[in-house]
Design a protein around this ligand. Sequence first.
Ligand code: ATP
Length: 309
Amino acid sequence: MLAVVPPPVTVRAPAKVNLHLAVGDVRPDGFHELVTVFQALSLTDDVVVAPADTLAVTVRGEGASSVPLDHRNLVWQAAELLAAETGREAAVAISLAKGIPVAGGMAGGSADAAATLVALCALWRLELSRDELGVLAARLGSDVPFALHGGTAMGTGRGEQLLPVLARNTFHWVLALAPEGLSTPAVYGELDRLRAGGDPPRVGDVQPLMHALTAGDPIALAPLLANDLQAAALSLRPALRRTLRAGTTAGALAGIVSGSGPTCAFLCADADAAVRVGAELAGAGVCRTVRVASGPTPGARVVPGGVET
Ligand code: ATP
């Protein structure tokens, strides 16, 4: 009898922006203690998995040439981890279509890893719960559980311990993508250096931001956006100051460096304002390209019927 080869599975996973990112001290394991509020955005990567003879990764789209195609890729690690945990061979072809900027502070690699876990569960017909997947996700990286979860959530620990946050309304964002990425460890290292040489201000209490999210009010939310990594990202990439200024001059309510940067995220009053800010920012010569996005959006999800390639 002929074995039936299952059809490819496509999963879409979101980028994140940190609305609040408080970086605590370095822990004995080398990670910093975080209190963060993530929001998943409508800027996404698509991951397609299909049965194959061996594990192989291909990438196209945003920043594809700087994405590794071997064990350094988080999707490779996700496939090997899930295969080992379920006693299978990781014999799959994984194709990534990147919309999330690489090394952009938007956790694109983590989104791809979360998408791979979800896609392989469907391809291999595994009966893993979201909680069991969450545990595997946390082993792959601090931001991977959130990419599974999506929505708006508070992260503590390394950012991997999640609690959902009630966010009324859709928020509208403009993202300014930089010509070159920033290394996350280098940005944390710069923050440690800045803190060793003085005591730069730290972001405050997260509660007021939670209230603004519950109220669904972008005007109340805007002044509360805060990121401890921003000073370090600006220190390594001073040109980002101009980008941040240009966004607010263009009419955004507020601008912030996304995670470890260099992507800058601008909160806008509504969808029309985001389109106007995006157009003006695109013409201001302060970034490589702009994207208009909204959030919160769901975490990694199967796309029924796949996507056109
Ligand atoms: P982090 O999640 O560490 O904060 P980031 O969001 O700034 O990082 P990513 O796009 O996730 O940036 O990638 C960081 C680095 O990880 C890249 O420079 C790349 O070498 C490597 N990488 C591994 N897997 C992937 C992937 N699937 N997509 C993009 N980059 C990947």
